[in-house]
Design a protein around this ligand. Structure first.
Ligand SMILES: NC(=O)C1=CN([C@@H]2O[C@H](COP(=O)(O)OP(=O)(O)OC[C@H]3O[C@@H](n4cnc5c(N)ncnc54)[C@H](OP(=O)(O)O)[C@@H]3O)[C@@H](O)[C@H]2O)C=CC1
Ligand SMILES: CC(=O)C(=O)O
Ligand SMILES: [Mg+2]
Length: 606
């Protein structure tokens, strides 16, 4: 396509014919009823291209395949380009689901879904939304992990923007090459810590693509306003460096000033190109960059780190859900983490903050109920000098413990949380120890003494291969007593005649609704209280019926409703804090959030 030419469809309609119906993103509906950028946003070299005929069938944003009516086929020059049948979107969906179910391998299903997204965007989202529990594991964890590992060989077409060291000095130009102008959410990775799979370099692109698919499907953010970006500063993955088919820069990772300068140019270019209300979600950066980037840009940009903050909000909501089963308050519990990186310390800090709000005790006090273990053992004060800054607040006075089992025996936690990225680390001995002392130590109130027989075990590491223990192991080793949730999904487990349904503690519950709330309120900064608001929004959706089934999270099948509640809570907090720029404040934020959500049903083309 000639990007400098305004395209006019054969019928004569051009961008000037558009019906200027305003939308949340400040866009308008185009001649097909799709949301596009307004004319004043269309600074050269962008134009709106209005496809018709053959090219319309190849435009995933507008293509409806066999669902084009005969009238539409005439009006848009596609009669004869399709077989004669006209099929409803529902029937197309049924056919595709049937096809996808025929594939044996998850990666085949993933590829089929991605092909569909590239062919017919609305059908992709309809299929995903209507079958979210079945298809989430296909487009997201665990399959997206395998897709990233094989990303170079799977994909023919780019699904996002690649910004490498070669683009230094030209990042603004690169952003302008993206065909959509009205961007509201960017998910960016540098591929250094992809799930628990390590450094996958440029192949990490599967993660921003997957996360943004969930922004749309789960949170209702328009697909055209989502932009996946991978920053390629090299990779330290020897296998990739030696792979002749590797798609990224074949050099070791840039660090220090070179890295910081590229990121600085990127962040400035984003703000310059899209304004200050574009949300930038940092995803799967290694912790030696993640904390610094968040600290540096959270005062100047609308940024959040999903691994540190989104995960924290989802886990806090799960704990509130678990308290409905266990009784007591957060302060009655003792938490032990395996893994003291982004997820571990992020969750720990939000729990401490919430406890501090509840008890009015200083956060330095509430942190004392929370303990973390890293690759060198329990984090204690005698290690303080050699600890990274994000671990230091957790270095309590205590004798050292080298193994997790020793730490569990010493600390006697009621809640065990895995955020290490290493699979099978919650061994039988560790899990049995959790049961043992939860039975014998009844230190707290009488109301808790009975319920503490249920240890809470969260194995958050992704993908499934890195899970600290499986659902089956957790239920078996605790004789069915554990309350268990994992980062990647597990099937229900039957133990001693009872079916146990594991929860999925994944930040996918939070970021789509959080992002929607930020977008609809025109928030200019992310504040910790918004994370608490998001977490409350999720926890509030756990019903009595869920509790009776032992669930600490509501089912993903309700996720659009859940996201709307999270968005409303986050937006309300943004207004309360004076960080919302969309004025006047809508009176009913829940209704407003719902009304803003993208729905993938086909539109009738004029
Ligand atoms: N469920 C969800 O929603 C989410 C899950 N995650 C998952 O959590 C995992 C960790 O992510 P993240 O926190 O960002 O990673 P980080 O690299 O920031 O942290 C990993 C931590 O685990 C520790 N660790 C590594 N190996 C061991 C070991 N054998 N024994 C004890 N500790 C160990 C590391 O120790 P040291 O510091 O000494 O190196 C580090 O503290 C990943 O698998 C990721 O997929 C992440 C975000 C969200
Ligand atoms: C879920 C997620 O963000 C992670 O595993 O990194
Ligand atoms: Mg992540």
């Amino acid at each position: 396509m000639d990007s400098t030419t305004k395209k006019v469809r054969p019928g004569g309609a051009s961008v000037l014919d558009l019906d200027p119906k305003s939308t949340v993103g400040g866009g308008v509906e185009d001649a097909y009823g799709e949301d596009r950028a307004t004319e004043d946003q269309l600074v050269t070299p962008w134009t709106i291209s209005v496809a018709s005929g053959y090219s319309l069938l190849r435009d995933p944003h507008h293509n409806k395949g066999l669902a084009f009516t005969l009238k539409e086929r005439d009006a848009h020059y596609i009669r004869g380009l399709l077989p004669p049948v006209v099929m409803s979107q529902e029937l197309q969906e049924k056919k595709l689901l049937h096809n996808i179910r025929q594939y044996q391998l998850p990666l085949q299903k993933y590829t089929a879904m991605m092909d569909l997204a590239e062919r017919n965007e609305r059908l992709f989202y309809k299929l995903l939304i209507d079958n979210v529990e079945e298809l989430l594991p296909v487009v997201y964890t665990p399959t997206v992990g395998e897709a990233c590992q094989k990303y170079g060989s799977i994909f023919q077409r780019p699904q996002g923007l690649y910004i490498s060291l070669k683009e230094k000095g030209k990042i603004l130009e690169v952003l302008k090459n993206w065909p959509e102008r009205s961007i509201q959410v960017i998910v960016v990775t540098d591929g250094e810590r992809i799930l628990g799979l390590g450094d996958l370099g440029c192949q990490g692109m599967g993660i921003p693509v997957g996360k943004l698919a969930l922004y749309t499907a789960l949170g209702g953010v328009r697909p055209s306003s989502c932009l996946p970006i991978t920053i390629d500063v090299g990779t330290n993955n020897e296998k990739l460096l030696n792979d002749e088919f590797y798609i990224g820069l074949k050099q070791r990772r840039a660090t220090g000033k070179e890295y910081a300068d590229l990121l600085e140019e990127f962040m400035s270019a984003v703000k310059q190109n899209y304004g200050e209300k574009v949300l930038i979600q940092f995803e799967d950066f290694a912790n030696h960059n993640a904390f610094d980037l968040l600290a540096k840009y959270s005062t100047t940009h609308l940024v959040f780190n999903d691994d540190i903050q989104g995960t924290a909000a989802v886990v806090l909501a799960g704990l509130v859900g678990a308290l409905k089963l266990l009784g007591g308050t957060l302060g009655d519990h003792k938490f032990l983490f395996l893994g003291a990186g982004e997820a571990g310390t992020g969750i720990a800090e939000l729990i401490a903050l919430e406890m501090s709000k509840q008890t009015k005790a200083p956060v330095e006090e509430t942190r004392k109920n929370i303990w973390l273990v890293d690759s060198k053992g329990l984090i204690v004060s005698s290690r303080k000098d050699s600890l990274q800054h994000f671990k230091k607040p957790w270095a309590h006075e205590h004798p050292p413990a080298t193994t997790l089992l020793d730490a569990v025996k010493a600390i006697k936690p009621t809640v065990l949380i895995g955020t290490s990225g290493v699979g099978s680390t919650f061994t039988k001995e560790v899990v049995e120890a959790m049961v043992e002392f939860n039975e014998v130590s009844l230190p707290l109130s009488l109301s808790l003494s009975l319920s503490l027989h249920k240890p809470l075990i969260l194995a958050l590491s992704n993908p499934t291969s890195q899970s600290e223990c499986t659902a089956e192991e957790a239920y078996k080793w605790t004789q069915g007593r554990a309350i268990y949730a994992s980062g990647s999904p597990f099937d229900p487990v039957e133990y001693n005649g009872k079916v146990h349904v594991p929860g999925q503690a994944n930040n996918a519950y939070i970021f789509p609704g959080l992002g929607l709330g930020l977008v609809i309120s025109g928030a200019i900064r992310v504040h910790d209280d918004m994370l608490l608001a998001a977490s409350e929004g999720l926890a509030g959706q756990v019903t009595k019926e869920n509790c009776e089934k032992g669930l600490i999270y509501p089912p993903f099948s309700n996720i659009r409703k859940i996201s709307a509640h999270i968005a409303a809570n986050v937006a309300a907090k943004a207004y309360e804090l004076g960080l919302a720029s969309r004025l006047p404040r809508p009176e009913n934020l829940l209704k407003y959030a719902e009304s803003c959500m993208y729905t993938p049903n086909y539109r009738t083309y004029r």
